[in-house]
Design a protein around this ligand. Structure first.
Ligand SMILES: Nc1ncnc2c1ncn2[C@@H]1O[C@H](COP(=O)(O)OP(=O)(O)OP(=O)(O)O)[C@@H](O)[C@H]1O
Length: 310
């Protein structure tokens, strides 16, 4: 269980995290969602004691990170997958981490097996693809068999196969009863990965709810309308209720019956009148009013193949 209360962080004049309170429960994957610069990494660093809050606090199982007796046995984190000595093998890297944290050496082979790196464990980590580096980072996070796991943007730059692997792995960790907190700015990915969402924008909490609730709340009463007389229909709708789409408008605040009746009583022909099932993207934009571009990242990131190390 992670509990943040009034968590605030100033960097000089920049208010990176602003009075943030949220809970992350065990046995589930909780997504930490927000556009670039929203304060996700700063929050994760404060959870891990790598940064001190200006005010407020965050605890893991009721204790601040600095109060934990065996931090690696309580919380594991993947912050930067490339943080590894390039000439060290994966096995040597993990053995060094285990030794410096009083973790038995046999655990190294266990975590290599869990993340599927046993066959390349003797190769230099510097030659690993991004996907393999992510697996190594996850193996390191699992070394102390912690109850709580944090992942900062774990699918960034991964190919579809790597993304799928991470997604399934997070579900597995949650099914084992662990607390899994994963940050991302990729909304589509979080919709598939997380059952709960903590959503922030500009350092502030926007919402904490299940993913389903988040989408349902924001996407109610959105109706797609196509018509050869759109301008006339628009003039009859409440101000700011319609936004343009490629081939029509998206109306919020009115249900399809009302729009249909309005069109009929004014002799307006409709080619489409369809209530929209909400996507996470729509939900986010409606709730935050932000116009950040979101995408799954699958197309542009497919070039990073999960190749074996040289
Ligand atoms: N060490 C620092 N010194 C000064 N400003 C910082 C520092 N770290 C973060 N910031 C600022 O704090 C804000 C939040 O940054 P943060 O990296 O936490 O956001 P984020 O949601 O993780 O974004 P991203 O997805 O781009 O990493 C940004 O305005 C950033 O420029």
């Amino acid at each position: 269980m992670i509990e943040a209360r009034g968590l605030t962080k100033h960097y000089g004049k920049t208010l990176a995290v602003n009075d943030l309170s949220f809970d992350v429960a065990p046995g589930e994957v909780t997504g930490f969602l927000g556009p670039n610069g929203a304060g996700k990494s700063t929050t994760m660093r404060m959870i891990l004691g790598l940064d001190n809050p200006t005010s407020g606090q965050v605890t893991i199982g009721g204790k601040r990170y600095t109060e934990l007796k065996n931090p690696l046995r309580t919380v594991g984190a993947l912050l930067d997958a490339k943080w590894v000595h390039p000439n060290r093998s994966a096995r040597a890297h993990l053995a060094w981490m285990a030794k410096s944290n009083h973790i038995p050496a046999r655990r190294v082979e266990e975590v290599l097996d869990i993340v599927g790196l046993t066959s390349v464990a003797g190769k230099r980590a510097g030659g690993f693809s991004l996907g393999m580096s992510q697996r190594l980072g996850i193996a390191a996070a699992l070394l102390g068999d912690p109850e709580v796991l944090l992942f900062d943007e774990p699918v960034n730059g991964l190919d579809p196969e790597g993304i799928l692997w991470i997604r399934k792995f997070m579900h597995r960790l949650a099914d084992e009863g662990r607390t899994v907190f994963v940050s991302s700015h990729l909304l589509s990915e979080m919709a598939l990965t997380a059952s709960n969402l903590v959503v922030i924008g500009k350092g502030k909490l926007i919402s904490q709810s299940t993913t389903k609730e988040f989408v349902a709340r924001a996407s109610e009463n959105t109706v797609k309308v196509r018509s050869p007389q759109l301008a006339k229909l628009r003039s009859l709708l409440p101000a700011d209720s319609a936004t343009d789409t490629d081939d029509g408008i998206l109306v919020s605040g009115l249900d399809s019956e009302k729009i249909g009746e309005l069109a009929a009583s004014n002799g307006i022909v409709l080619h489409e009148l369809s209530p929209q099932t909400g996507s996470l993207e729509q939900a986010f934009m409606q709730i935050t009013g932000d116009s950040v571009e979101y995408h799954t990242g699958l197309e542009t990131e497919a070039r990073h193949a999960l190749e074996p190390a040289n």
